[in-house]
Design a protein around this ligand. Structure first.
Ligand code: AMP
Length: 281
């Protein structure tokens, strides 16, 4: 496994792969790797001749400096995990390498970015779209692997790839959860023991909405109220939003007639978590 931090070396390596007719799968991350990331790496290794993993804690997508400062950084464990999961190369540039100039060009994401995470984290999706486009231009992969844990992020990046004619295939990977239902997230490491226990409420609430929907309830307000009641029973949960949206347009629904997704964001102590569940129609 190779480790590269300069853009020019990364570009050279990818050019060499292409010259040899090898396909490249790309998994962008911010490190602190867990089994959710491993799932993306496995899909990439299955579909491609080579897998590039990027590890870059991107400053421009954090809207709270305390979140950026306290974001877990576990380089040694990450490198070992990558080695064991068929990663061909880790690209881990510095912020100076990625952002050499002040006031650089940035991507304006599609209007899909205006709701939910976009409303609560101003500038977040512009930061995400810009760094992912830069990484795609540097790595030049055939396939890009994204986790559905970040449901709106997938929608925003899919739209960017389509709207800006980026030549890459986007592959969506299902959310990996702990045995008790909590979606794996690098931020889970920062939860206190009590908050880690309390955070299980997120998946319970999502499941409640899904069960009710499977039982025949289609009114979004009733599904939402049922999920909110589950969350309200957990005093450590500070809800930011819970929305039932059309899975393609991300517009809030009053009635679930199309493919819909329930999205939730909440704080447990200092840690903000998101999760979602698809309601099959
Ligand atoms: P991050 O390092 O948190 O920026 O995530 C890097 C990639 O891993 C993104 O595409 C995430 O959606 C994906 N990811 C994070 N957590 C999970 C999970 N629990 N299951 C599947 N994919 C995930």
């Amino acid at each position: 496994m190779e480790i590269v931090s300069s853009i020019s070396e990364m570009v050279q390596w990818s050019e060499e792969q292409r010259r040899r007719g090898r396909t490249i799968g790309f998994v962008p991350t911010m490190g602190a790797l867990h089994d959710g990331h491993v799932s993306l790496l496995s899909e990439s290794a299955r579909d491609n001749d080579a897998t590039v993993l990027s590890i870059f804690v991107n400053p421009t997508q954090f809207n709270e400096s305390s979140d950026f400062d306290s974001y877990p950084r576990t380089w040694t464990a990450d490198a070992a995990l990558a080695e064991h999961n068929n990663v061909s190369l880790i690209f881990s540039p510095t912020a100076a390498e990625m952002y050499p100039s002040d006031g650089p060009t940035a991507v304006v994401p599609a209007t899909l970015a205006h709701t939910m995470e976009g409303r609560h984290r101003p500038g977040h999706f512009s930061g995400v779209a810009t760094i992912v486009l830069k990484l795609l231009n540097i790595v030049g992969p055939n396939c890009l692997y994204l986790g559905l844990k970040d449901f709106q992020q997938v929608a925003v990046l899919r739209a960017m790839v389509a709207d800006l004619n980026v030549r890459v295939r986007v592959v969506e990977v299902p959310t990996v959860r702990d045995a008790d239902g909590l979606a794996l997230s690098s931020r889970n490491e920062r939860l206190t023991e009590k908050d880690r226990f309390a955070a299980r409420v997120l998946y319970r609430a999502l499941r409640r909405a899904k069960e009710l929907h499977l039982a025949g309830e289609h009114e979004a307000s009733r599904l939402r109220d049922a999920a909110l009641a589950v969350l309200a029973a957990e005093p450590r949960c500070e809800l930011e939003y819970l929305e039932i949206v059309d899975s393609d347009t991300l517009q809030e629904l009053s009635r679930v007639a199309t493919d819909a997704t329930v999205c939730v964001a909440a704080r447990f102590g200092q840690v903000r978590l998101i999760d979602n569940i698809q309601l099959s129609t």
